[in-house]
Design a protein around this ligand. Sequence first.
Ligand code: ADP
Ligand code: MG
Length: 159
Amino acid sequence: APFPIPLSGAVQKGFGRGGKDLGCPTANLPDESLPAMSEVTRTGVYYGYARVFPDKDGQRALTEEESRVHPMVMSLGWNPFYKNEKLTAEIHIMYPFTRDFYGHEMRVIVLGYIRPELDYISKEALIEDIETDKRVALNCLARPAYERYRNDPLFEAAA
Ligand code: ADP
Ligand code: MG
């Protein structure tokens, strides 16, 4: 297996699709940070850990709790905006942030695959599946073997 897969970059504006109105904001990484994912080729939902660094423009914008390592679920897909030639990764961090963190350095360790992309007949069905993904991710990450990734050097001090 290719895991763990490290990804990092500054959080970018997405297309504003769904996200917050589904109760599930997803932070986007820049295209250049995704080549590591292309060897995986499987689109769908993944789980792992993520950390957002607290400082931006020399100012501390996030709390100590917010800027810890948290569990995440990531949706990987082909971007229709680029004729499906580029991947997009949308990362939902399982922590109740009190503010946006656009422009902040985010680092991610992808640890496993949950499921392929699916089509939904309704918004409710999609929301229900996202909730299932979060539970699956937390169950997977509960394995003792994953604990050490919380303390991975990737999550230490910013570059
Ligand atoms: P966009 O289309 O710009 O990605 P979203 O509705 O998906 O808009 O919201 C994503 C933004 O919300 C992130 O870039 C981040 O700044 C913020 N955010 C707040 N809480 C979270 C969270 N728990 N996980 C991911 N992003 C979050
Ligand atoms: Mg988003």
